[in-house]
Every structure is written in C-alpha cells, then in structure tokens.
Design a protein around this ligand. Sequence first.
Ligand code: PRX
Length: 629
Amino acid sequence: MEVYSTNLGRSDPSIREGASGDNVQFWDEQARLLHWFTPWKETLRWNPPFARWFVGGTTNISYNALDIHQDDIADKPAIIWEGEDGTSQTVSYGTLYLQVQKTANLLKSLGVRKGDRVTIYLPMIPEIIVSMMACARLGAVHTVVFSGFSAKSLADRMNDSGSTVLITADVGYRRGRIIPLAQTAQEALKSSLKIRHTIMVQRQDGIPSTWVPWTEINNKSDKCAAEPVESTDPLFILYTSGTTGRPKGVLHGTGGYMTHIHSTFRWAFDIQDTDIYHCTADVGWVTGHSYVAYAPFLCGATEVMYEGAPDHPNPSRTWQILEKHKVSIFYTTPTALRMLMRHNAMAAKSYNLSSLRLLGSVGEPINPEVWVWYHDVIGDGRCPVIDTWWQTETGGMLISALPGLESIPLKPGSGTLPIPGIDMAVLDENGKTAPPDTKGYLVVRNPWPGMMLTLWGDEQKYRDTYWSRFPDYYYPGDYAIQDKDGYMWLLGRADDILKVSGHRIGTAELESCLVSHKKVAESAVIGVPDEIRGEGIVVFVVLRSGMDGMGMESELEKIIVSQIGTVARPDAIHIVPILPKTRSGKIMRRLLKSLVTGKQIGDLTTMEEPGALDEVRRILQDCGCDESW
Ligand code: PRX
C-alpha cells in the first residue's frame, strides 16, 4: 500500500513524549495555555466512570475565545459567512465580542442565569455562534438542536433539558428552499413545558407578537463581563441517538472540554495566523460545536461559515467557496467528498485551489479511493489528509494524524494514531487485546479532558451505555483494527446506530416512532450500504391484524419526518406479514440485512419460524429490492 507524508515538516516530539509518561500532568500543562481566573486545585478527579478535570479552577470559554484577542486581533475576521445566494458578511473579532456581550445582556434581561438551559434552533448563521457564546458567557447551558429536526424532536429536547428560553430564526435557506423554522418552533412550543421567552432572528417580514426580536440586542449594553465558571460546570447538552428509543443528552463541562479542543485544533490543523479555515459541519452537530463554534476562536483563527448545500446551485459550489475565500484548511465529511467525486472527479481542477494546505475528514469511515482522490486531486498531492475519529461523547478528536505537531506516514483509510495523552486499544469479545490486524472493539483506557460529564439526568444510562461492555474502559460502540504499526482503522458502528450521511440515527428511535402509528404492530429498521451516504435506511413493518396497508408507505414516511426530522427519511419501506425472530422473540435484523444486501443467510438454528424469511424474500423480490442494493 502506498504511504503518504504529512509533509509540513513540523516536529515537536516533546508533546508525544510528555504524554507517554504522566498523562494527567501532560494535560495539566496543556490547560495552562488557556486563561483561568483562578487556578485548579486538582488536575483530575477520577471517580470511575466520572472524570472531573481541573477541579476548583474557574474560567470561561467565551473569555478565552474573545476577550483575550481584543488587544491584538480585534479587526481580524473571525467569521466570513456566505449564504447560499452568494451574499457574504464578515464578522471581526471585535464585532463578535460586542455582539456576544449584547446578546448575553439580552438573555440576562430575560432572566437567564448561570446553570439555566437555553435551546438554540438556528440555521448556519453567525447568530448561532453568538448565541452559544452568550450562554457560555453567563454560565448558562446551551442545547443546540439541528435545524433539520422536527417540531416533536425540538419539543422533546426543550422539555428534557428544562430550557426556559428558545432562540430561533424565522427561516433558514437550503438548496434553494426556505426552511420554515419559526413555524416548526411554534408547533414545538405548543407542547413546551418551561419556555418563557422566544428570541427570533428575523430574515423576512413578520414576527409572532409575543416573541423577542433579535434586534433587541442593540438596545442592550455591549459590556457583559464573562462569569467565572468552575471547570466542571456544564457548558452544553447535545442530544444524540443511542441504541434505545430516546436520544441521549450528552453533557459536556467547561475546562476539560476547552483544553481538549484547543489542543487538538492546533495539533491537527497546524493553525497559523494567516490561515483561512472552512469546516462544512453544521453547528447543530458536535463537529460544529467543537471545531466551528469554539476551537477556531480559542486559537484566534478566521473561519468560513456557509449556510447552504455543498452542491447548490451547482456541484462545484464547494470548490467556488474554497477559491473565493482562499481557504487553506478544509474539513469535511466522506459523504460530501463521495458526492462531489461522483459528480465530476475533476471539476475542482477548473478552480484555483492553490491556497489549500491541509485537508481533513470526519464522521464516518473514509474509503481509501476517496482519501487518495482527496489527496491527489483536491490537495494536488501537496496537502496532508487527516482522518479524525471522535464522537459527540468524546468532545474532541481522539484519533488523528497531527500535522501541526509531528510528521508521521499517512495510510489512506486509517485514522493513524491516538492523539497524545489518549490510551486506546482494540479488544476481542472477551475483553482481551485483539492481535494486530484483527477486527475488534475500540476502547479508551484512560480518562481524557474532553470526555463527557455524564448523560443529562441519567447517570445509570451513562454507566450502562459506555462502561458496562468492558468494565474499566470507555466503549464508544465502534469496530476497529489496530495494525502492526499501531495505526487504527475505524470500521463503523458495532451497535444498532446508523451513520447516514455522517448523521447518527438510532434504529431503536426509528422503530419506536414507527410503532407509534396506530396500524403498526411491529417494526425492524436496518442500515444498508450506500455508495454516497455510507448507509441508507430500510424499514420493515408488520401491520396490526385486519389493517389495510394502502398508502401506508407514505404515511410512515410522514410520521418519521414529523417525529424525528428529514435526516431520518427512509430509503425503502416494506410492509411484511411477519418478521424473522429468535425463539426468545428477538427480531433477527441481521437476517433482514443479509436478504436485502444479498449476503449469505447464515445460521438459522435459533429462528422461531423459518418460513418468515421466505415471506420477506417474496416481498423484496416483488418490489425488485432483493440482492440488488
Ligand atoms: O462510528 C464513529 C463515527 O461516528 C460516530 C460518532 O458520531 P457522532 O457522535 O455523530 O460524531 C461525529 C463527528 C465526530 C463514531 O462512533 N466516526 C466519527 N469519525 C469517524 C467515524 N468513523 C470512522 N472514521 C472517522 N474518522
């Protein structure tokens, strides 16, 4: 296999060496690079499985992202925003600072105090970052809900987090369409338990009379000192899909999280004063939290933020953005890359992408062919490609090449090495270290600063989900292989979570949504390989006896879109008379997957009613869906 170079010539072996000894001391030193109002008393309080970093220290992430830059880079662009229609707007560090303070004062005037929760339901506009930082400035906990989620998802998240204020916009714009956010928010507010005020960013005409216009921030003082928060005080809740019916609220703290993203952003992206960084992640997901809303500003970087689809109005839009803004560091997903490559693998060659110097990928396994294309065509063979592995729960990257720190050979398709200070392994079924080059379960063996605090309101679920499969180790739920050089090859989820276009979708969440339809008795949801999106969603349902299946497919699609959101829209829905089950009554999803993907069916000895499979096969054949995916 061809091996590529990191190419930037950076070499600071002291960091990796420092981390290989006492990793707690190592992180202690990294945290000192940030501003603290008062020093911590204890670097790590490890009360397994709960890690608390920099205990007793007080700080504020908004202070570290804004106040510290005002003397030297107040005029530097912080955000270069581009809308889908091509309009752009530049927000300097100085302006961002004032906007955040005014917004914090508006929130204060609406009664928001330290520890209160604020839900943010906004599109990719600078106000989403301003809102998050304004919450952080007060010590309030933000919970951002991706703007593609439905009214029910929004209401569930507002209620579960106990939010008292909602920040939304009238509309978003994507793929030439208007996304009616305020309408969805209004619907969600009907079942909201605690929201007292809604602030709305107005982009068109009209606002519900009881809502507070965003422009109200201009009537507020632009001075609002950052509240000193204890390092382990919560910064945000971000809901993510798990293996049960309800999304989990991943709770992150302040000091550890900030240290982790600050370190990894510098090491991975080699960020320099002149860089223009562009990450395509929506702020509604964790990549958008860590590496769009916070880390770039902790490092005084300039970022390009784009509201719209990467292929709108034409599939070269991404290349136009990179050329127009002279982007030097580009961070995106394998799904976006596969889509752009498939459309026209050489389209980027018509653009001047000579400003690029580093490329990154995140969110799903990247196939080696796409990696090589990214490197050779987009990066013109000059730019290192980093494949960064991490999760909502980990806060920041845990596996990645770090061109800003060290030169190591890159292998297309591998995330390379765990970052310094992180001890990871691949285990077999029995919890023993898997031999090199053998597929097993990825684990983390020591606590790290970006580690989640817990699951909001459910400590037991936190223990059960991440710390019970392999006691003493954090289990992320992924398969991996570690090769003889210690390189990690990430192979996707080992549980019932799908990754569709990089979005995390729990099959259990979809199934519980399907059975909420009055005609549905049972359902099974599986993921099937999809060339572009990584995985596609296939749904099987059994109707209650005597129920008519006419028009059910579109009804079921509607219920998924209205209860979860468009991200979970299935690719196929099959009404079947029976589902294959074990004798103990468990649905055998692996058999359904084998049927759909044309794989060998395998062992059927535990099956309750072998005829069930023939019934499903017949239905798949009738619709031409068997073995043809
Ligand atoms: O399966 C892994 C996959 O995404 C999961 C985490 O999803 P989420 O919490 O939405 O965060 C995504 C963005 C950090 C992981 O359990 N994943 C993430 N990065 C990679 C990956 N799979 C393979 N390679 C990656 N680089």
